[in-house]
Design a protein around this ligand. Structure first.
Ligand SMILES: NC(=O)c1ccc[n+]([C@@H]2O[C@H](COP(=O)([O-])OP(=O)(O)OC[C@H]3O[C@@H](n4cnc5c(N)ncnc54)[C@H](OP(=O)(O)O)[C@@H]3O)[C@@H](O)[C@H]2O)c1
Length: 218
């Protein structure tokens, strides 16, 4: 059963037909084309906050802003970073007046943080921030909708916490292949196919050369 949170959570990933989000070297720019990227910005605009894991920041250094959408509004940016190791020069720290939230674990070393008008550092009561604790924290901050942009480990944590409402895949007609290339979702400890997460596909829409797939958990 879904825990009692009112935050609407959407997991979003740009994937190849073999379900990969990056090569074995962590290269992911760009799996999808321009129309798909526009759709990603639209999804950001429709949410109160975007959340990523620290590995995604270290590999991709994303801005996590809304660009190219008329009247587009950038949501708050949230990074899960147990060890408080996010580099000061990361692009998410650019000062555009949008709240930036870093969630660390309770064993993170103390460090200095960039001087940013709306920077919030929250320390979770555990070594690795727990998804349900994060959801409660974000809810208190007034977040009603959250777009989770990965990577693989973060998607798995959210699915395991049973608090996902919707999935948004942008499927590129590409194959990366290889067992070392990251799949969009980390280990869910599924041993039997009958225990796999089951989805209801809501829609499949062409997006340039790619496809947008909207789904819900059964
Ligand atoms: N194609 C796409 O749509 C897309 C989107 C995003 C990312 N990517 C790719 O995905 C790759 C990164 O994915 P990744 O799976 O390696 O890492 P990730 O999901 O970005 O980050 C995982 C890290 O977040 C931290 N973390 C803190 N709290 C957590 C929690 N509750 N659950 C899980 N992790 C938590 C952990 O590090 P600490 O213990 O150090 O905190 C963990 O190792 C990159 O190569 C990037 O290019 C692709």
């Amino acid at each position: 059963m879904k825990p009692s949170t009112r935050i609407k959570v959407t997991l979003k990933a740009a994937i190849t037909v073999d379900g990969k989000i990056a090569t074995r070297l962590g290269h992911s720019k760009w799996i999808t084309g321009d129309a798909a990227r526009q759709k990603s910005h639209q999804l950001r605009h429709e949410n109160d906050a975007i959340l990523v894991g620290i590995n995604t920041v270290l590999k991709d250094d994303p801005e996590l802003t809304v660009r190219g959408i008329e009247g587009g509004r950038s949501p708050a940016r949230v990074v899960l970073d147990s060890k408080a190791c996010i580099p000061e020069q990361s692009r998410i720290f650019h000062n555009d007046g949008v709240p930036v939230i870093i969630i660390t674990g309770n064993q993170a070393p103390s460090r200095s943080w960039p001087e940013l008008e709306k920077l919030n550092i929250f320390v979770a009561p555990t070594k690795t921030p727990d998804v349900l604790w994060i959801m409660a924290k974000l809810k208190k901050l007034g977040v009603k909708s959250l777009l989770v942009e990965g990577g693989s480990l973060i998607h798995a944590s959210f699915l395991k916490s049973n608090c996902v409402d919707q999935l948004a895949f942008i499927l590129a007609p590409k194959i990366i292949g290889g067992q070392a290339a990251l799949s969009w979702c980390g280990d869910l400890k599924v041993e039997n196919v009958n225990d796999a997460c089951q989805l209801d596909i809501i829609s499949i829409t062409p997006l340039g050369d790619d496809w947008f797939i909207s789904a819900k958990l059964k």
